[in-house]
Design a protein around this ligand. Structure first.
Ligand SMILES: O=C(O)c1ccccc1NCC(=O)[C@H](O)[C@H](O)COP(=O)(O)O
Length: 261
């Protein structure tokens, strides 16, 4: 996203809530489960390395999924998820740190804390195996710097997934030392989703970075498309949460040629 571009009102509201949310007073010390090892295990088993997201709702979701997050997460892992993403943002995504804790206790795969972290003390709200840092949001005035937050997260034992939406943002992520870079197909200025985003950005990324395609992946054909464009892994929320979570996870993590959609 062009940093001068207007951000969608929903996203402004997400940012404003993130600025108001406090942190924690202590400092967490995490023993993280390795995302690289989880992706390797999935590849060896013939599954597409996929982070599936426990996403109760969002600004672009109609209604709310009321299933028990632990049951949903367990079904995802049993049916092929290499790792999980759990929303902890309460106001716009219906998440909570407590939900993440319960899910992480119930599974043995890495769990990403999906939130909009702007300040170091917000890292200490809950333990997770990875935290998400969004380049665009950390370019906003008054937030902590991406580089400093990466260091602070790693000092606490977290792995870090840095999210970008454009070549310039990917370059910023790589320059800051990101090992895991997520390219979000969702444009936070308009909230449109376009899988071409990943296709246009991926060729600029070196092999030393684990590249994850995020958002808008709905069908086995989309999975194959993102993999063909160079995705080492995928992050999928809505298409897993809508309907039968177990069947959706199975279909999207093992997309055989017979899945022609
Ligand atoms: O999902 C939204 O509506 C949304 C709106 C505003 C900012 C961020 C948003 N989503 C964050 C995400 O990164 C997605 O939850 C994640 O990539 C999964 O996307 P999807 O598979 O399309 O549900």
């Amino acid at each position: 996203m062009d940093s001068n571009e207007e951000i969608a009102p929903d996203v402004r509201s997400i940012l404003s809530a993130a600025r108001d949310r406090g942190g924690a007073s202590g400092t967490v010390d995490v023993t993280a489960r390795s995302l690289s090892a989880a992706f390797d295990r999935a590849e060896r088993d013939g599954r597409v390395p996929t982070i599936t997201e426990v996403k109760p709702t969002s600004p672009t979701t109609a209604g709310r999924h009321d299933g028990d997050p632990v049951e949903l997460a367990t079904a995802m892992v049993e049916h092929g998820a290499a790792a999980l993403s759990v929303l902890t943002e309460p106001e716009h995504f219906g998440g909570s740190p407590e939900t993440l804790c319960r899910v992480r206790e119930a599974v043995d795969v890495p769990v990403l804390r999906k939130d909009f972290i702007l300040y170091e003390e917000q890292l200490d709200v809950v333990e997770a195996d990875l935290v998400l840092l969004i380049v665009r949001f950390l370019e906003e005035a008054g937030t902590d710097d991406l580089d400093d937050l990466i260091d602070a997260a790693r000092d606490r034992g977290f792995q870090v997934l840095v999210e970008a939406h454009s070549r310039a943002e990917v370059e910023a992520a790589v320059e800051a030392g990101a090992e895991f870079v997520g390219v979000n197909n969702r444009d936070l200025a308009k909230l449109d989703v376009d899988l071409e985003t990943f296709e246009s950005v991926a060729p600029a990324v070196g092999d030393d970075v684990t590249l994850i395609a995020e958002s808008g992946i709905e069908t086995p054909a989309d999975v194959r498309r993102m993999r063909a464009a160079g995705a080492d892994g995928l992050l999928i929320g809505s298409a897993i949460m809508d309907g039968d979570v177990a069947a959706n996870t199975q279909a999207l993590t093992t997309p055989t040629e017979t899945h022609n959609q």
